[in-house]
Design a binder for this molecule. Structure first.
Ligand code: DAT
Ligand code: MG
Length: 141
């Protein structure tokens, strides 16, 4: 019953997709345990995506992620990490399955609308990047 981190990226917020995305999460039986709207500084975006430092798309990714407000969410519920990745779809919207968020709304590999942690390990560090424990609803709440 681990929590995972979800982000609606600047393109998703700009296009008013937040409600729709949260609705898909809840309809899938997952639970929003934490929620914030914020804008990353360049330095924060660099740190969040540090694992991709040096890759050709890193600079552009950092600029994009700090270009406007984002919505960060703690998503809980059974199999939340895998389920949220499944709802998002593959990184490249053109290759994502039908009925996934990225397939439906993504406009490029970079502007793919949502982020989701990819393992229990990264979920833990990514949730802690944005939320303290007392900002997250306890399991069962
Ligand atoms: P994911 O977000 O599916 O976990 P990732 O961790 O490999 O994918 O990459 C993080 C983000 O970086 C991804 O959501 C969009 C961007 N990105 C990845 N590969 C890219 C590429 N080849 N060109 C442009 N942006 C890319
Ligand atoms: Mg990733």
């Amino acid at each position: 019953m681990a929590n995972t981190l979800g982000i609606v990226k600047p393109d998703g917020v700009r296009r008013k997709l937040v409600g729709n995305i949260i609705s898909k999460i809840e309809k899938a039986g997952l639970v929003i345990r934490g929620l914030k709207v914020l804008k990353l500084t360049v330095e924060q975006a660099e740190k969040f995506y540090a694992v991709h430092e040096g890759k050709p798309f890193y600079r552009s990714l950092v600029e994009f992620m700090s270009s406007g407000p984002i919505v960060v969410m703690v998503i809980g519920g059974h199999g939340s990490i895998e389920q949220w990745r499944e709802l998002m779809g593959a990184t490249d919207p053109a290759r994502a399955k039908y009925n996934t968020i990225r397939r439906e709304y993504g406009t490029s590999v970079e502007k793919n609308v949502v982020h989701g942690s990819d393992s229990e390990e990264t979920a833990k560090t990514e949730v802690a990047f944005f939320f303290t424990d007392d900002e997250i609803l306890p399991k069962g709440a």
